[in-house]
Design a protein around this ligand. Structure first.
Ligand code: ADP
Length: 484
């Protein structure tokens, strides 16, 4: 492995500022999804290590929360500077273990770092309130305090950003944290944690435990009485389990779950802009994003033109190892993910959809899937119901605004939606009617640190990023001051 900064290669977990192995001594292998080769082995941890990490986080919290907001802000800001300075190495690690093209990995480091910068600034703005009292001799004072120990469970698709988006606000608020990164992508998580230590974050404030199977560690993190908050990004199915497990100890829970994003192109849209938006939104990270367009609705008048133009652009997407220059679509994360895409495509084919492009594994073999465009997708197909999480663009024809809104909202998910139109009034109507937490209007790119990211319905609870994102890590305390 060629890293300019050798200190960033860490293959042990981080508990209480120490790089440690599993108590059992057992490791598991991390594979490069482009080649299937072993990159490293990391500790396969479980209950004992999770409990130890929680204890360290609890102990470290006593000092961390006493720091002034400015002290915490300065340390978090240093962490941001170090992430940016080490961008190339971090991007390389992302591509190595996650597979996305290097250019996208660099963009992810910038995107992930932006949350650290943002929350370093927000640390200084955790203001309270003074409210007029109910009697002449009484005052009502509201302060915000760190919630305590946070547990974060994160996915593999954005292995840096999904961590910084939780750790930075937690630390800014004065909380401490135990992170369990996805089993497939722990290396870049460990590298980012090493940079946090180098930035001066107190040992024990930020712990990372690695595990081959999420459930054992997850059970401890969600049931331990000293963990006050759980923040999870991943599937709705696992989110339900974690929410249920968190119930007995009444934890505050934030969930960023699955989506089934509609992407609507009206007859009056700028078709070229809509095609570019669809490419950005559907094929970035090979479609492995929860806000990826999952159902592309195109109005009848422009359906054929849009399909033709989209295919022409998708054909240009070069597939290969993320390290190869010019590659725009890397491998999928693992064989299971490829299998799911295949199932969705073959179900659609069986039920009468037309494959315009791709529709099969890529000739490179392994975890590579050919960028695919499917026309004439209908409501009865699995691809219309479930998140495909792959480089497949399903096109659905529609006639009217009322019809497309009905169909777009006909899902248990409510994360992101997108639409393209040049009609100002329609833009307001449609944006207000879509049942999602985020709406892209004439754009396929909606995620940034300034905006509240999150879903409604079964896509989640809470928001990440923005001025709202820190609230999830704070408790409100009200003091009634009497005898004045
Ligand atoms: P994805 O479909 O993106 O892989 P998952 O929800 O399966 O999403 O995984 C997201 C994260 O949740 C990963 O870190 C994974 O290890 C963890 N995870 C999966 N199952 C459980 C579980 N039962 N308890 C706790 N964490 C889990």
């Amino acid at each position: 492995m060629v890293l300019a900064n050798k200190s960033l290669f860490k293959d042990r977990a981080l508990i209480g500022g120490e790089w440690v192995s599993a108590v059992s001594g057992v490791d598991y292998d991390i594979l490069n999804p482009a080649t299937g080769e072993r990159i490293a082995s990391v500790p396969d941890m479980g209950k004992v290590e999770a409990e130890l990490a929680i204890k360290n986080a609890k102990d470290a919290g006593k000092e961390w929360k006493r720091k002034t907001a400015k002290q915490r802000a300065n340390i978090i800001r240093r962490w941001y500077d170090l992430i940016v300075e080490n961008k190339e190495d971090l991007a390389y690690l992302i591509t190595l273990e996650q597979g996305k093209p290097l250019a996208e990995s660099r963009a992810e480091v910038d995107y992930g770092a932006a949350y650290v910068e943002w929350f370093a600034e927000e640390a200084k703005r955790i203001n309270g309130d003074v409210i007029p009292g109910p009697a002449e001799d009484r005052r009502v004072v509201v302060v915000k305090q760190p919630i305590g120990v946070v547990a974060a469970i994160t996915p593999w698709n954005f292995p840096v950003a999904m961590i910084t988006r939780k750790v930075a606000p937690a630390l800014a608020a004065g909380c401490t944290i135990v992170v369990k990164p996805a089993e497939d992508t722990p290396l870049v998580a460990l590298a980012v944690a090493e940079l946090a230590l180098q930035a001066g974050i107190t040992p024990g404030v930020f712990n990372v435990i690695t595990a081959a199977r999420g459930h054992e560690v997850g059970e401890v993190l969600t049931t331990h009485r000293d963990v006050r908050k759980v923040s999870f990004t991943g599937s709705t199915q696992v989110g339900r389990i974690l929410l249920r497990q968190s119930a007995d100890t009444i934890k505050k829970v934030s969930l960023e779950l699955g989506g089934n994003a509609p992407f609507i192109v009206f007859d009056d849209a700028d078709i070229d802009a809509a095609v570019s938006g669809a490419i950005a939104c559907k094929f970035r990270n090979g479609g492995q994003a929860c806000i990826s367009a999952n159902r592309i609705f195109v109005q009848t008048g422009i359906y054929d033109t849009f399909a033709e133009k989209l295919c022409a652009e998708v054909e240009k997407l070069k597939v290969g190892s993320g390290c190869t220059p010019g590659v725009l679509i890397g491998p999928m994360i693992n064989e299971k993910a490829v299998g799911k895409v295949q199932e969705h495509v073959s179900d659609a084919r069986k039920k009468g959809a037309r494959i315009l492009l791709g529709g099969e594994r890529h000739p490179l073999g392994g975890n590579f899937y050919a960028p695919t465009v499917i026309a004439d997708v209908t409501a009865s197909m699995v691809i219309n119901e479930e998140e495909t999480f792959g480089p497949v663009a399903p096109l659905i024809r529609f006639e009217s605004e009322a019809e497309v809104l009905e169909r777009a909202n006909d899902t248990e998910y409510g994360l992101a939606s997108y639409f393209f139109t040049r009609d100002h009034s329609k833009a307001w109507r449609v944006a207000e009617a879509l049942e999602t937490g985020m709406v892209g209007i004439n754009t396929g790119l909606i995620s940034n640190e300034m905006a509240p990211f999150g879903g409604i319905k079964q896509s989640g609870l809470g928001r990440e990023g923005s001025l709202y994102g820190i609230e999830d890590y704070l408790e409100i305390k009200y003091m009634c001051v009497g005898g004045i």
